[in-house]
Write a protein that binds this ligand. Sequence first.
Ligand code: CP3
Length: 356
Amino acid sequence: IHCALGGTVAEPKVVNATEPMLLNAVRGLEVERPPVWLMRQAGSYQIICEKHPSFRERSENVDLVVEISLQPWKVFKPDGVILFSDILTPLAGMNIPFDIVKGKGPIIFNPLSTAVDVDQVREFVPEESVPYVGEALTILRKEVNNEAAVLGFVGAPFTLASYVVEGGSSKHFTKIKRLAFSQPKVLHALLQKFATSMAKYIQYQADSGAQAVQIFDSWATELSPVDFEEFSLPYLKQIVDSVKQTHPNLPLILYASGSGGLLERLPLTGVDVVSLDWTVDMAEGRRRLGPDVAVQGNVDPGVLFGSKEFITSRIKDTVTKAGKGKHILNLGHGIIVGTPEENVAHFFEVAKGIRY
Ligand code: CP3
């Protein structure tokens, strides 16, 4: 499938062919098509879940982490291979016991609510607490061999704080908002610990083999813009600033679903890529983000429940609206459980056939 953009079809020319296409695209180098990857794409994942029902076991054992991470790579050959892990994985090493329970989601056994609780939070030392993450990334880099980019990820301070204060997933985020709006200093102390710890964690992931790292701020968009500016943005910026000091060429991707009201503020974090959800138009999102950042995402995961023709037309629409370069084709969120696998295969087939 050829998408003629702006009336011209560029000669396919890959600059720096030794680097994965995803990295070239982020850096604004010429690529023949947008790189593509998806989150939570593993069909045979369910089989491993039956054998190893504990999420923590699946995500803290090097062999299982590598096997699960490579499942989508083997089936669909995406341009990005994300580490199998969770944003909560560092918590145990920070003295915050947790579990992820089927049907319930994340559970924090002793939710934090006071300054004393925050004092007990230990700063994260990745090489001591999660050596399996580093080992898995190193193996993934060898296995993928630069045919795709190996992606690491971390949770953003506000999103992690919302889990540990709420005790799990939440609807109205009343506990963390009570803390934010009545004892902001306590919340700031917690956010600061997460910011320092996640900066270290990103550096550790990069040193272990991650070629780009995505920062998930899934719940920051529960904040109004003024509160986002106080409780999320400064900590994201701090993380980006400190990682850029040690790893200036490591692309950082910011994912914040529901960020339509915040788009102009997101590039202020200093990230290289912003992932959009499907509630904003790609062309408008691109304009509002400005020319410096690359864009990712935007396709509604629900589209994969549509017909093949529909999926094809939405891919083309997104690629055309994103314009040439600095675009990573992706869904606005992970694949929804129950998505027909043949539609996922179709998504990749169409995506990889696109030429600018
Ligand atoms: O593609 C991948 O699977 C990459 C690995 C990955 C997982 N979680 C594995 C996982 C990534 C990148 C995440 C990120 C994550 N985890 C986020 C940010 C993205 C988002 O969704 O906004 C958040 C908020 C979490 C916390 C979390 N972990 C929740 C809310 C849940 C429950 C979701 C559910 O559908 O039950 C989890 C569990 C989890 N983490 C699953 C996976 C594949 C599903 C449950 C399981 O495998 O047992």
